[in-house]
Design a protein around this ligand. Structure first.
Ligand SMILES: [Zn+2]
Length: 462
């Protein structure tokens, strides 16, 4: 009888491709799934998953982990085995160096990276002012940097137009066309111009229409969960009916978080949306858990631009409305605290995935377990072109999460109420590339089997 490296026994195994859940034993050899069987099998390590769900590891398609150790821990404790960094126009520019460093040191989970336009590429060509457009020459240099990043294995391009409102159509379309040529995805944090305006969504759809590239609209509820969700989804439906490759990702919270120095917290911007200082909750630093005042706003904008501030802006039901759509993928928007401190930040960093299963499957019964698992596994894998992840089949990468659908719960709270990084309940085992990283609900320190995903083009284009 074969002895496998690791066996997950007697669980309810979710096969998202076949759309079935069946009782089975999963045998892992090295970093791959090598059998899924109802026969009794033996392993050097055996995990009893009786009564539990055995799912492909979750893929977090929208995050800002970018090698942050605290974010890596919070991700894997939620069942995430692959995260996509470099969203919203940020992240890392020298992807080759980053991948080498991460793989040398090791990381809890797998990381794929987008190349960010609105901070990184613009910075690299010397644009300091977010309100101005790039020149022709600057667009050329950004284009070369982007091509090099794709050749080094970046998985796509990201825009954060709200952080660089001066970005020109030429700039956006030229870079998106390059992404299309390399068969990469474009993720876009849209530039919401005023509270009830959907023109920013049209601009995002136009990118796909004009260049043919696959577009993923970022944190959809943060952008349109303000009373216009139905109309926003109708626009997406119509675009998809026309054959455009557009989809979206979304989290489980109505309040977004970003750094206080960003354009989003410019006074003219806040005025446009009618946000008052008391709508804004400081998530990190010395004012953590306090609402802003004119004085603290001015102090932070001047001296502590990196501190995270949460803005309460959305409508809860619009989260569920968005995530009920088959083309909306679950994402956390996780980001590190500027100082690396723990016990601060947004509860999305620790709570998104368990909250999704608790709310949408167990309590509200909006999605079946299979549909919910698909949104965290196969759907993001397909969007990203990852054929060995997000699925439970022989030969797939052994990224697995074991959880209890009857108890899975988020414990993270907003920082004025409780612990934003509280560990969830009901997620007992997480396996990354065949190695245990979470066992009996606890992180195994120094277990860092995560790998960077180098999405290398089939051949060098141009
Ligand atoms: Zn964003």
């Amino acid at each position: 009888m074969n002895i496998y490296d690791l066996v997950v026994k007697n669980g309810n195994v979710v096969d998202v491709e076949q759309k079935i859940i069946k009782k089975a034993n999963v045998g892992i050899c090295k970093n791959k799934i090598c059998t899924i069987t109802d026969k009794n099998i033996k392993g050097n390590v055996e995990i009893d998953a009786s009564g539990l769900i055995v799912s492909p590891g979750f893929i977090d398609i929208h995050g800002h982990v970018d090698g942050s150790i605290p974010c890596g821990k919070l991700s894997v404790l939620q069942g995430v085995t692959t995260t996509v960094g470099g969203n919203c126009g940020g992240g890392i520019l020298d992807i080759k160096k980053f991948f080498d460093e991460q793989d040398n040191r090791g990381f809890f989970i797998n990381q794929a990276q987008l190349i960010g336009h609105s901070f990184r590429l613009r910075e690299a060509v010397g644009i300091g002012d977010p309100y101005i457009s790039a020149t022709k020459r600057q667009i050329e240099i950004m284009s070369d940097l982007l091509k090099k990043s794709f050749q080094d294995g970046a998985i796509g391009l990201s825009f954060g137009i709200e952080y660089a409102p001066g970005s020109s159509r030429d700039e956006i379309m030229t870079l998106s066309s390059i992404a299309e040529k390399y068969d990469k995805i474009v993720a876009i944090h849209t530039n919401v111009n005023n509270p009830n305006d959907l023109s920013s969504l049209k601009d995002a759809i136009d990118i796909s229409e004009e260049t043919g590239v696959e577009v993923l609209v970022s944190h959809f509820v943060y952008q349109y969960g303000t009373g216009i969700m139905t109309e926003a989804l109708e626009m997406m439906d119509r675009a998809r009916d026309r054959g455009l490759r557009v989809s979206a990702d979304s989290g489980m919270y109505t309040a977004f978080s970003t750094f206080i120095g960003s354009t989003i917290y410019d006074e003219q911007y806040m005025k446009k949306f009618g946000w008052k200082f008391e709508d804004l909750l400081v998530a990190t630093g010395k004012y953590k858990g306090k609402r802003l005042t004119r004085d603290t706003y001015e102090e932070l904008r001047k001296y502590s631009k990196e501190e995270s501030v949460i803005c309460f802006t959305g409508i809860e039901d619009e989260i569920y409305e968005a995530l009920a759509k088959e083309y909306v993928i679950l994402s956390s928007d996780i980001g590190p605290s500027p100082t690396g401190r723990t016990s601060e930040g947004h509860p999305q960093n620790a709570g998104t995935f368990p909250r999704f299963f608790r709310k949408m499957v167990r309590e509200k019964k909006i999605l079946s377990l299979l549909e919910a698992v698909e949104k965290c596994t196969l759907s993001p894998a397909n969007r990203l072109g990852l054929t060995n992840k997000g699925r439970m089949k022989v030969g797939a990468d052994a990224d697995i999460v074991v959880f209890d659908i009857d108890t899975i719960s988020d414990k993270a709270q907003f920082p004025d109420i409780g612990e934003p990084d509280a560990k969830p309940e009901g997620i007992s085992t997480v396996v990354v590339n065949g190695k245990l990283v979470v066992s009996e609900g606890d992180l195994i320190l120094n277990s860092m089997p995560g790998k960077c995903i180098r999405d290398l083009p089939a051949c060098t284009i141009w």
